[in-house]
Design a binder for this molecule. Structure first.
Ligand SMILES: *[C@@H]1O[C@H](CO)[C@@H](O)[C@H](O)[C@H]1NC(C)=O
Ligand SMILES: *[C@@H]1O[C@H](CO)[C@@H](O)[C@H](O)[C@H]1NC(C)=O
Ligand SMILES: *[C@@H]1O[C@H](CO)[C@@H](O)[C@H](O)[C@H]1NC(C)=O
Ligand SMILES: *[C@@H]1O[C@H](CO)[C@@H](O)[C@H](O)[C@H]1NC(C)=O
Ligand SMILES: *[C@@H]1O[C@H](CO)[C@@H](O)[C@H](O)[C@H]1NC(C)=O
Ligand SMILES: *[C@@H]1O[C@H](CO)[C@@H](O)[C@H](O)[C@H]1NC(C)=O
Length: 490
């Protein structure tokens, strides 16, 4: 049963994440026996003792400082005086008969050691657990047969979690030499869903040892992010601006006296904003973006492009002499900008804990900017000849932003399934041009055509929400009412 659930869980996950899932690290979700992909951990192929700086440490081995014994050694003074030094033991895994088994990479060993069915095996080719950009908050949580498997436990293979146990350091040894912890795995029998199990570690003598308690490696995921201290790299901004005609109309004063004529130009403008995905950041997590002065700039779901198809109106008023008219065209700068930025990303945890790190990304914005009306010279309605320039035409304009339609937060996030795998390729930059979100944004631009479903009216500025079907109607009546009012007044 558990087995089947697990298999289904993994299938769903593989189906849901793009690209290779070979290096995906699965952690135990809060939803029963499901496993979810970690956004911040991954397995990296290595061999012959190699590992990266970001490799996850599972234990240390305390050894006598060789240099301390030999005063002739020419090492720097600090090291020389240390009687005991600590060597790190890293978490690795190797594939044995087609099954992944978590184990350890000890100092000086050229291979990952794993144990299975009482036997210890060494593999020169293995995978090292990597904490990408130190984005994951990891801890070792106590486990015994009664505690169950903690949420966030890091899996190292099917039914196997990464685990360790206190090393049996000789109490008589003042220097406490040896392995502080013995690294291995928590094996959970299929039938009991984690209610039972055992910890199997590799002893200093390289034998498999079994225990009924120990510690399990756990990743705690943040509940939200805050992005602050944003610094834009204005030297590297890429702006594509295209002048666009949004609307055009003619304003006429058909009265036998001068009058103010107003109108509302209705236009469509799309707005989208995307901060990128970046590495080791959970997609879809609520994120607050703050200005440098601390004020709230916006709230987004990380890694999901915001897209709004807006319907706005531009209101303008023109003073016209009797029997004259003026043509007006509303133009704007259809702007697409990509601004590289550096910012501080703070992960906030359930228990109030924080972790901050610096991230870089590219902010991509598409917006209609620099709106302005262009007026033709005023002309007589009767004969179309231009009004002599001595006649003044005063204009006043006001912009009114209305209606926001179809706002999207793209890919639906299933609660138990994070699509948040970061792009696996090594050293890949967080450029939005090649991440999922940017592609999603593009897809959406194609899909959304005509999708004027009433969305949230969380527009910027003085916006209000009006249902789309009635929109044109309201504007029409509204303008008509204003114009007739003016005629009566005059
Ligand atoms: C922070 O800056 C923004 C604009 O940059 C401004 O509108 C806002 O009032 C400022 N807030 C505070 C608290 O200074
Ligand atoms: C449109 O935007 C570009 C780039 O920001 C700017 O150089 C240009 O002056 C703008 N045009 C108008 C009409 O505002
Ligand atoms: C105003 O627009 C009309 C039709 O749209 C055009 O025939 C006329 O030439 C325009 N007049 C001026 C002064 O631009
Ligand atoms: C056009 O008509 C206006 C008044 O209707 C008149 O003042 C103007 O002289 C006329 N212009 C021409 C060229 O006929
Ligand atoms: C990608 O990021 C690395 C550092 O992580 C940097 O050295 C490199 O210049 C970046 N490449 C691009 C194209 O931005
Ligand atoms: C807004 O986006 C929709 C769908 O992507 C597109 O059909 C429409 O032409 C866009 N409107 C403007 C004013 O760019």
């Amino acid at each position: 049963m558990w087995n089947r659930l697990l298999a289904v869980g993994i299938l769903v996950l593989i189906g849901g994440s793009e690209g290779s899932s070979e290096d995906a690290v699965y952690i135990r979700s809060k939803y029963g026996n499901q496993l979810v992909t970690s956004s911040t951990l991954r397995w990296v192929s290595e061999q012959k003792g190699e590992h990266r700086d970001t490799a996850v440490e599972g234990s240390v081995e305390r050894v006598l400082n060789e240099y301390g014994k030999n005063p002739e050694d020419t090492v720097d003074a600090d090291e020389k005086q240390e009687p005991v030094i600590e060597r790190k033991v890293y978490v690795c895994r190797a594939r044995h008969n087609g099954i992944w088994v978590p184990g350890q990479l000890r100092f000086g060993k050229q291979a990952c050691q794993i144990s299975l069915h009482g036997q210890v095996h060494s593999y020169e080719k293995y995978e090292i657990l990597e904490n990408i950009e130190a984005g994951a908050r990891l801890s070792w949580v106590r486990w015994d047969r009664f505690t169950g498997i903690p949420i966030g436990s890091v899996a190292g293979g099917a039914e196997l979690y990464i685990a360790r146990r206190k090393g049996l350091l000789d109490p008589l040894d003042e220097k406490k030499l040896g392995f502080v912890h013995l690294l291995g795995k928590l094996e959970v029998p299929k039938a009991f869903g984690g209610a039972a199990g055992r910890i199997l570690v590799i002893s200093p003598e390289e034998q498999e040892k079994e225990f009924e308690d120990g510690e399990v490696l756990v990743e705690t995921e943040p509940i939200r992010y805050e992005l602050t201290m944003i610094k834009y790299n204005l030297d590297k901004v890429m702006v594509k601006a295209k002048e666009k005609e949004l609307a055009t109309t003619t304003l006429r004063n058909e009265n036998p006296y001068p009058a103010k004529i107003d109108t509302m130009l209705e236009y469509e403008a799309n707005y989208s904003l995307y901060w990128g995905q970046g590495r080791a950041i959970l997609k879809g997590l609520p994120t607050i973006i703050r200005r440098t002065n601390g004020s709230l700039m916006e709230e987004i779901k990380w890694g999901l492009p915001e897209f709004e198809e807006r319907k706005d109106v531009y209101k303008l008023e023109v003073h016209l002499e009797a029997g004259t008219a003026v043509n007006v065209t509303l133009i704007a700068n259809d702007t697409e900008s990509e601004t590289p930025y550096t910012a501080k990303l703070v992960a906030v945890y359930d228990d109030g804990g924080h972790r901050a790190r610096t991230i870089t990304g590219i902010r991509r914005e598409m917006a209609m900017k620099d709106l302005k009306p262009i007026f033709s010279p005023a002309y007589f309605i009767g004969n179309m000849s231009l009004v002599p320039t001595t006649t003044t035409t005063t204009t006043t304009t006001t912009t009114t932003t209305t209606t926001t339609t179809a706002r999207s937060t793209t890919t639906e996030q299933q609660a138990d399934k994070k699509g948040g795998r970061t792009e696996g390729a090594k050293g890949e930059n967080s450029s939005m041009m090649n991440d999922e979100g940017a592609e999603e944004l593009k897809r959406q631009e194609n899909v959304l055509t005509g999708g004027a479903a009433g969305g949230t009216g969380a527009g910027k500025g003085n916006s209000a929400t009006i249902n789309v079907p009635s929109f044109t109607f309201i504007i029409a009546i509204f303008s008509a009412a204003i114009i007739s009012l003016r005629i009566i007044k005059n």
